[in-house]
Structures are given as structure tokens and as C-alpha cells.
Design a protein around this ligand. Structure first.
Ligand SMILES: [Zn+2]
Length: 409
């Protein structure tokens, strides 16, 4: 029998402001400048940067798998919510985040496309097709806070949570209850166990629609962007801990140093450490309505960390993107098949209502399914009563039909 110990917060971070704790990374990893592990990280990053300087970069696509480990009443996270969250993440990493317009003139020129994109895995570790999302139900409250003997965090293991996929090939993102904490991530090379390499997000702050859309100040999906920044080697913009001496920083040249985090969403020029602070940076602690950008210096670190620590992640040939700029309405549909339940989820990245009626025909022309699109974002096409084989799905948009061939297996 495994003994489950309640995770004890040994010392509460000083930025506890009576509500949510933005991030758990500073408590899990000591990223102080004098720590040997952190110095080794910096050495490796600098070496990767000097090697990269001779190569020109292009956009890379990284497969992610979302492990939802949820307790009632937090099930289910919908596929629409997952895709919405990835859209937010990709926009943020492209330098196209929703809050860019609120950046002051002094910081706009620092914004850079990270040339990193994230897409749901389409093939699982066994080579089988996958939706890139796993669902595990649990009865354990705050599963992301529970540790077993030896310090292993329960959400990362099948015994109580969900074991991740090979971290050399996938970015594992666990979504579960995390107490008052919004998220955390393993810092490159510092995860105490390889099974814990990845990102953890509180289930109430995942994406910007569904339940997360009503999640107070953290309702726009930028928590994942912040944590992904840590996953690729970024420290908080002020460094480690609150220091009025301003000696500690994030070790990145173009991010203004600050004494400590900002909260809420300030406006105008905010000064500390003798400089104007970039409180709109994704690595600060401001509200989601404030977080806008990474700088070029941060992007350079993330790219170096990717090649130094996660060289096996990039997909050849890219992946299906959920961009909403297509001429044809049916190009805005993303199809995802779950062979276990024999169901497709058709997700409309532009929102309802293009498709009004859905009809499915067998290869010999018999109508096997008929339904109407009533949800805003997605349609569940349940074919569990149909024999394996090829089918034709007719989507009626009220003017122009579209037919797609699908397989049930
Ligand atoms: Zn953080």
C-alpha cells in the first residue's frame, strides 16, 4: 500500500495575496544565481546559443498531450476547451497575444515571434492515432498537490493520476486540481524524476472558455504561456525571490530588472531597480488581462533550451494548426477521432454557426446518423453503433454542402 501524504507548504510564498498563487516554480526549484544546477543550465544555454547563431531558424512544431486528471465536478474539460487553450498558447508564442496593443511604446519593439508552435499529438507512443487528450477520473482533491513517499507528485503516475508519455517526444501537460496554485512546470534539466518533466495547470484555469472563462483574474489562458516559459528555461522576470537590492535578475539582457512581481494590472510607467518595469511580460505575476509578450532575449533562451534539452520534440512537416483564416468555412473545422468510443469531435475554430445539419452515410448509401449542430464550438459525432468501415459525412451549412470521407475503426 502506498501512503499518501498531504503536501505541506513549508513556507508560504510572499506573494500570496489572499487568492490564487500564480506559480509554484520558485518553490519547487532553486534558480538562484549561485546554485550549481542553475549555473550548469546557463552554461548549456550559452553553448546552444553560440551554436545556433550559425543556423537560421524556422518555425518548429511540438506535439503536446493533455492529461486531464479530474474529480467531479470538474469533469469534463471539453475538447473545445483544449483547442481554445492551444490557440491562446500559440498566439502568445507567435507574438500575437491579445494584450499586445496595451504594451507601451518602449516595449513593443522587444516583442518577437518565438517560432515555436504547439499542436495536439496525433500519434500516441504505441503508434496509434490519438486525440492528444487523455482523461482520468480521480476522487482525490487537489491531486496536483499530493506527494507520495520519496517526493513523487501523484498526478504524474498511473497509480493515482496519469503517467506521462515519453518526455523526449511529447510535452506532457497535466490538468488537475492544484489547490490555490495556478500552475507549475519542470525547469530544463531539473525535474527530480523524468516522469515529472512537463507542465501542470490547475483545471479551473485551463483555457479561456468553459469554466475557465469565468475564472476571475486568470481567465484568458495565459497561465499555460507563463508555465511553458519556465519549461523552456525562463525565470520570473525579477529573478528568484523578492530582492530590494536588485542583485538577482532573470539573466536576460533585454528584460528590465525588477524588485519583485507585480499584481493586478497596473498602468503607466512602473519603476523599480532604477528602470521602467515590464509588468506585461508573461513571466510576471499580473492578471491575464495584462500579460502580453515575451522579449527577444527570452525567445533566444527558449529556443536554446529547446535544442539543448528537448531536441527530439519537433515534428517533421509541422502539424494541423487551428488558424481561423481560411477561405472555405469547412477548413475551419478540426476533426478528432477517438477509436475507443468510436466518436469524432468536430470542432469549429471560428465558432458556430457554419454547419447546421450533419448526416452520415455508409459506403453503400444508407443514412446511419443525422443530427443538428447546436453547441457553440463543437459537435460530437457518435458512431459507436456503426460497424467499422468507411463513411461519408455531409455537412449542410444552409447553402453550400461539404462531404468528407471518414473511417470508423
Ligand atoms: Zn512562474
Amino acid at each position: 500500500m502506498r501512503t499518501i501524504l498531504l503536501y505541506m507548504l513549508i513556507s508560504l510564498p510572499m506573494w500570496v495575496s489572499g487568492q490564487a498563487i500564480r506559480c509554484d516554480v520558485d518553490r519547487r526549484f532553486d534558480l538562484s544565481g549561485d546554485q550549481k544546477a542553475y549555473q550548469q543550465f546557463l552554461t548549456r544555454i550559452h553553448r546552444a546559443q553560440s551554436q545556433q547563431a550559425i543556423h537560421s531558424r524556422s518555425v518548429i512544431f511540438l506535439p503536446v498531450v493533455i492529461h486531464v486528471v479530474a474529480r467531479e465536478p470538474f469533469m469534463p474539460i471539453t475538447e473545445a476547451q483544449v483547442l481554445n487553450q492551444l490557440d491562446v498558447l500559440n498566439a502568445d508564442f507567435a507574438g500575437l497575444g491579445e494584450n499586445i496593443p496595451s504594451l507601451g511604446d518602449e516595449f513593443t519593439s522587444l516583442v518577437t515571434d518565438a517560432q515555436i508552435r504547439f499542436c495536439l499529438a496525433t500519434v500516441d507512443p504505441q503508434g496509434q492515432p490519438t486525440s492528444g487528450i487523455t482523461f482520468t477520473s480521480t476522487e482525490i482533491k487537489d491531486i496536483a498537490l499530493q506527494t507520495e513517499q520519496g517526493g513523487r507528485i501523484a498526478i504524474h503516475y498511473d497509480q493515482l493520476g496519469k503517467s506521462g508519455w515519453d518526455p523526449a517526444r511529447y510535452i506532457n501537460i497535466w490538468v488537475g486540481e492544484y489547490g490555490d496554485i495556478l500552475g507549475s512546470a519542470s525547469f530544463p534539466g531539473m525535474a527530480p524524476f523524468p516522469e515529472e518533466i512537463g507542465v501542470v495547470l490547475d483545471i479551473r484555469h485551463f483555457g479561456s472558455i468553459g469554466d475557465a472563462g469565468g475564472a476571475g483574474f486568470y481567465n484568458r489562458g495565459h497561465t499555460l504561456t507563463h508555465e511553458m516559459g519556465h519549461f523552456f528555461g525562463l525565470k520570473h522576470i525579477w529573478g528568484q525571490g523578492f530582492d530590494t537590492t536588485c542583485e538577482d535578475s532573470d539573466d536576460i539582457d533585454d528584460t528590465p530588472n525588477a524588485e519583485g512581481p507585480f499584481f493586478d494590472c497596473p498602468s503607466g510607467v512602473q519603476m523599480s531597480c532604477g528602470t521602467s518595469n515590464m509588468y506585461q511580460n508573461f513571466m510576471d505575476f499580473t492578471d491575464d488581462r495584462c500579460l502580453a509578450a515575451f522579449t527577444a532575449g527570452q525567445v533566444a533562451v527558449m529556443q536554446a533550451a529547446q535544442s539543448a534539452y528537448y531536441p527530439g520534440l519537433p515534428l517533421e512537416g509541422g502539424c494541423i494548426m487551428h488558424a481561423a483564416t481560411y477561405d472555405q468555412w469547412y477548413d475551419n473545422l478540426v476533426w478528432s477521432y477517438d477509436s475507443q468510443s468510436q466518436a469524432y469531435v468536430i470542432y469549429n475554430v471560428d465558432g458556430w454557426p457554419y454547419v447546421k445539419k450533419i448526416s452520415v452515410y455508409s459506403a453503400d448509401g444508407k443514412l446511419v446518423h443525422e443530427g443538428y449542430w447546436v453547441e457553440e464550438w463543437s459537435y460530437l459525432l457518435d458512431l459507436s453503433n456503426s460497424a467499422p468501415g468507411v463513411y461519408f459525412v455531409k455537412l449542410d451549412s444552409g447553402g453550400k454542402d461539404y462531404v468528407r470521407k471518414i473511417a470508423v475503426y
